[in-house]
Design a protein around this ligand. Structure first.
Ligand code: NI
Length: 255
């Protein structure tokens, strides 16, 4: 199984990172895509990809950090994206829940990074929190559909899912699917074809039930796969196989 979105550069793993990553392998995790939040985390993400065969890196500036974007950030990201195991630009997008950066800055930084991804022909990993309309508008106006990617931790409606899938994007499903109030994600998973779904943890955040509130790790992806299998009334193995294939294809991972 593949964890298509994790943050092992996070300081929450500083005390036992190696131990946890070794545990991931024992748990049957074959690949992890580590998403960056800023340039420093992008460099750490690349470092992890060099130290672990099963870790791949994404580089990008998260909307929370959009205010830190400078004139040379685009070129720095472009250089980092040239590293061997960098497979995506991410995570990038908009966050209107926290609004840590002004919205016009978030939008501009998102658009710049779509431009970078298109010029490199790399998929994007999109963060969308309470910003559905602007995310769709920018994906269209910046032609992000030409390079594709995934809307990670998808929180939109079935109607939005339909539009996103039509634009050629995948949907990332994580621990929030298992929460008790997860009516909308459940509908989205029921609706979305299996070949359009990626599974993810977003660890150390978003632990699934029954571990909610604790530090998350990639081994917990099995709870997400289990829940998808249950909703779609298919075999666990089928979900595991399909979501692995989807991530391998989107990010061009080695099998
Ligand atoms: Ni994330």
């Amino acid at each position: 199984m593949i964890d298509s979105h994790a943050h092992y550069d996070d300081e929450q793993f500083d005390t036992d990172r190696d131990e946890i990553l070794n545990k991931c392998v024992e748990a049957g995790v074959t690949h992890i895509v580590n998403a960056a939040s800023d340039l420093e985390s992008a460099r750490k993400s690349i470092e992890l990809s060099k130290n672990y065969a099963f870790i791949y890196a994404a580089v990008g500036v998260h909307p929370h950090e959009a205010s830190g974007w400078k004139d040379d950030t685009y070129d720095t990201l472009r250089t980092l994206a040239g590293e061997k195991k960098v497979v995506a630009i991410g995570e990038i997008g908009l966050d209107y829940h926290y609004d840590f950066s002004p919205r016009d800055v978030q939008k501009n930084v998102f658009a710049r990074q779509i431009d970078l991804a298109r010029s490199l022909k790399m998929p994007i990993i999109v963060h969308d929190r309470e910003s559905h309309k602007d995310i769709l508008d920018i994906i269209k106006s910046e032609k992000a559909y030409e390079t594709g990617g995934v809307l990670h931790c998808f929180s939109g409606s079935v109607e939005m899912a339909r539009e996103v899938l039509n634009l050629g994007f995948k949907i990332g499903i994580g621990g929030s699917l298992t929460f008790k109030n997860a009516a909308r994600p459940v509908e989205v998973v029921r609706f979305a074809p299996l070949d359009m779904i990626l599974v993810e943890t977003d660890c150390p955040y978003l632990s699934p039930e029954p571990l909610r509130g604790r530090r998350n790790w990639s081994g917990n992806i099995k709870y997400v796969i289990e829940k998808i299998a249950q909703i779609k009334e298919i075999d666990y193995k089928e979900v595991e196989r399909a979501t692995t294939e989807n991530a391998v294809n989107l990010f061009g991972l080695n099998m």
